[in-house]
Design a protein around this ligand. Sequence first.
Ligand code: FAD
Length: 287
Amino acid sequence: MTSADVGLATASGEPMLPVPYRIADRVVETRDSVTLVLTPAGRPLLPFLAGQFMMLVAPGIGEIAISVSGDPAAADGRLVHTIRAVGAVSTALHDAGPGTVLGVRGPFGTSWDIDSAAGRDLVIVAGGVGLAPLRPVVLGALAARGRYGRVVVIAGARTPAEFLFRGELDAWAVRNNDLETELTIDQPAVGWDGTVGFVTEPLTRLSLDPQHTTAFLCGPEPMMRFCARVLLGKGMPARDIRVSLERNMQCGIGLCGHCQLGPILVCRDGPVVDWELAEPLLSVREL
Ligand SMILES: Cc1cc2nc3c(=O)[nH]c(=O)nc-3n(C[C@H](O)[C@H](O)[C@H](O)COP(=O)(O)OP(=O)(O)OC[C@H]3O[C@@H](n4cnc5c(N)ncnc54)[C@H](O)[C@@H]3O)c2cc1C
């Protein structure tokens, strides 16, 4: 889906007007992260695509961009978001219990466009909370498994306790016949017999077919930069490496300019862009 399509989709509603959604379920993921399942408490929003984001409003506190972490194909009107508490708004959303009504605007931005990778191998690399926006890619690939070649998931966290979706990750890890999953933590930890090191380590060991692979990266910017460098070193073209960018977003629809990054507005032209576009923008130091 192009940003022009997204513009049309949001313009058909009222993109600046939050609509009420109720927290139907709240799942604690880690010490500072939860997954919220939201159901419409009024007019539902338009369907979303994997990789897009919503603006979530904590009433009386503020509004922030949060990606969808649920499967678009299985949404059934619900929105699923995974939120790490880092400041005032994310903490208010994190702390909100079932039954609380939040405001939601969206969906906004570009998608991972997993359909365009049909017939190719998928390499999905997530760092920390970056697994949240990538979860719909994995779920989409598993739901249409025959459409893709190899599917490789590499997920990293600082400690074993900081993996999101731990039960799901463990289930993916034993699914050896159609999914290759490697989990890695930054430092050795008691009780962890898996990989230790940054996600770049398993990625460096991975042998892949560079002309027939599409990569999806999400996590802190240095992580995406190092991973992209590894993939380029393996011969992958920059256009086949997709990343999700994060910038301070306010309007979400390309009007206010807060998320400007060089010539692009990340809310409108991103958050998902290919490395050919992202690389020169991320190598410029922002003042
Ligand atoms: C397109 C997009 C999608 C996003 N998806 C998600 C998501 O799925 N889940 C999620 O938890 N967050 C996501 N974020 C990040 C989220 O929007 C920010 O965490 C949020 O804006 C912080 O607002 P706040 O008021 O809680 O904290 P603020 O008061 O704005 O920030 C508090 C402190 O945390 C720091 N901070 C801000 N953002 C982050 C961050 N992402 N990581 C670490 N430190 C940070 C700030 O520099 C500041 O020091 C996304 C951002 C974008 C742009």
